[in-house]
Design a protein around this ligand. Structure first.
Ligand code: GLV
Ligand code: GLV
Length: 329
């Protein structure tokens, strides 16, 4: 019997793949940094026992069908899994794993990096110095907003939301949150306060998004939500682009309805609304939330371990549909 085959759709940190190598599996890594095309994905998934996918790979019933009935697990190299039809996987008895925890601090850092960069106009300051046109210290030059004492509103109080809350508290911010359910443990442990969404929008000086993309959160921040925000507020998005109506955001920023925005994710990645590129009061990052060496190695290790476990019939802790490991009837 040939060894089970694992198809990895992109080059990952080799150190993170050690569990797969140790298990003696046949490992087929597509040695590229760009997203795999759909046809190639369908072709190379055929006959695989495990797929290591990225958030740019759509995992739907057609892909599962193309892979074949021997497929045991799809391990997604991301904490978000809006690219995966989990119900379809469950129907076919295919486990789905993601990479929680290991990227929490990295993503919270990125949210804070964007927050401070927007508030203190780091991008405009860098551009001025780099242009050679800086003529010296000026009382009114590139003045920004103070973070200490400001109200940080978090949409989502999962792991990343909590990590951002801790940073905000460390900077002397008042932290409010909105979540699909109230989190009394977070309130007690961190000293954050729950707020209904309307209230959160109206009172936040910085609104930071830490919610998964679902039907309920798509365009959660739309024109109406932006209109409720303070004109002095800053929006930070390190979650998923489609949580924000990008056209409405451009309009709000361009007309001074919103002070600034720091965006790590975009509605139609890698395309960016052209209006965003023309605005001075935005800081844009190419989806780098988890982009630290330690987080990326740990993510690769987590997906590798989940694959090895699943191929031995064992359900790893980061499997999202553990019922597929249930005792067969
Ligand atoms: C990245 O966006 C992730 O979900 O891990
Ligand atoms: C992701 O790890 C989250 O729960 O926020």
């Amino acid at each position: 019997m040939p060894e089970p085959r694992v198809f990895v759709t992109r080059r990952l940190f080799e150190a993170g793949l050690a569990p797969l190598r140790r298990a003696g599996l046949e490992i087929d890594v597509r040695p590229a940094d760009d997203p795999i095309g759909r046809d190639e994905l369908l072709a190379r998934a055929r006959g695989a026992h495990a797929l290591v996918t990225l958030l740019t790979d759509r995992v739907d019933d057609a892909l599962l069908e193309a892979a074949g009935p021997q497929l045991r697990i799809v391990a997604n190299y991301a904490v978000g899994y809006d690219n995966i039809d989990v119900a379809a996987c469950t129907r076919r008895g295919v486990a789905v794993a993601n990479t929680p925890d290991v990227l929490t601090e990295a993503t919270a850092d990125q949210a804070f990096a964007l927050l401070l960069a927007v508030a203190r106009r780091v991008r405009e300051g860098h551009a001025l110095v780099a242009s050679g046109g800086w003529s010296g210290w000026q009382p009114m030059q590139l003045v920004g907003r103070e973070v200490g004492g400001a109200t940080l509103g978090l949409v989502g109080m999962g792991r990343i939301g909590r990590a951002v809350a801790r940073r905000g508290l460390g900077f002397g911010m008042t932290v409010l949150y909105h979540n699909c359910r109230r989190d009394e443990q977070a309130e007690a442990e961190l000293g954050v306060r729950y707020a209904p969404l309307d209230n959160l929008l109206a009172t936040s000086d910085v609104l930071s998004l830490h919610t998964p993309l679902t039907d309920a959160t798509r365009h959660l921040v739309d024109a109406a939500a932006l209109a409720r925000m303070k004109p002095t507020a800053i929006l930070i998005n390190t979650a998923r682009g489609p949580v924000v109506d990008e056209a409405a955001l451009v309009e709000a920023l361009a007309t001074g309805r919103l002070w600034g925005a720091g965006l790590d994710v975009f509605e139609h990645e890698p395309e960016v609304h052209p209006g965003l590129l023309e605005l001075p009061n935005v800081v844009l990052a190419p989806h780098l939330g988890s982009a630290t060496t330690s987080a990326r190695v740990a993510m690769a290790r987590l997906v590798s371990e989940a694959v090895v476990a699943a191929l031995e019939g064992v359900c790893a802790a980061n499997v999202l549909n553990p019922e597929v490991f249930g005792t067969p009837t």
